[in-house]
Design a protein around this ligand. Sequence first.
Ligand code: ATP
Length: 209
Amino acid sequence: MLEVQGLTCFRQNRCLFADLNFVLSEHQICQIEGPNGAGKSTLLRAILGLFRADEGQVIWSGKSTTQQAELFLQQVFFLGHKFAINSDLTPWQNLEFWSALNPTQNDDFDSALTKVGLTGLEHIPCHSLSAGQHRRVALARLWLTNTKLWVLDEPFTAIDKSGVQLLQQRFNSHLTSGGMILLTSHQDLSQDFAQLHTIKLTDNTGEII
Ligand SMILES: Nc1ncnc2c1ncn2[C@@H]1O[C@H](COP(=O)(O)OP(=O)(O)OP(=O)(O)O)[C@@H](O)[C@H]1O
């Protein structure tokens, strides 16, 4: 279980959110919403310890993440705005490189790339791919990772409608198997999720629905 307790973050003397509290349990997905600049990415980064919050703490499995940072991050799959694809490598080589450094449930790169619609493009350099195909290479990792908590910053950016549907199906299978997902998105989720929570960041506070 992930617990966010009293999280407060300022940037450039502006309070992005104050005293934010929420819990994310197994099988739950939480969507963080808000206008551009509201602080959604900052919140994700603060939860992961990549940005220092001004106040508050994050608890993972009953213990502060600062006391178990390495262990915590081993159980997290994070997809940020910069999704760490080497354009000189092929999609297949990118997955091979990534899986050497991260906990995976399998090394079936061909299957993962097929899932994200990149059949036939597995072995050409990523710089020859479109923006959406590039993004799909990064998202193929979701079919390889075995981490419990997925933290995804705008995962649908540049993805077409069928890709969005496919991703959400993958989300559902992860949740069914006991996973948790925290994501930002400017789009409403189109699939039914049994346990969907929403956090709306406004001017300076998070409102939990
Ligand atoms: N590297 C940075 N240095 C200083 N201030 C920053 C930095 N990144 C973001 N900020 C400030 O923090 C605020 C929140 O940014 P953040 O990226 O968290 O917003 P967001 O809600 O994710 O926006 P978007 O929807 O545009 O992705 C912004 O208004 C910006 O002024």
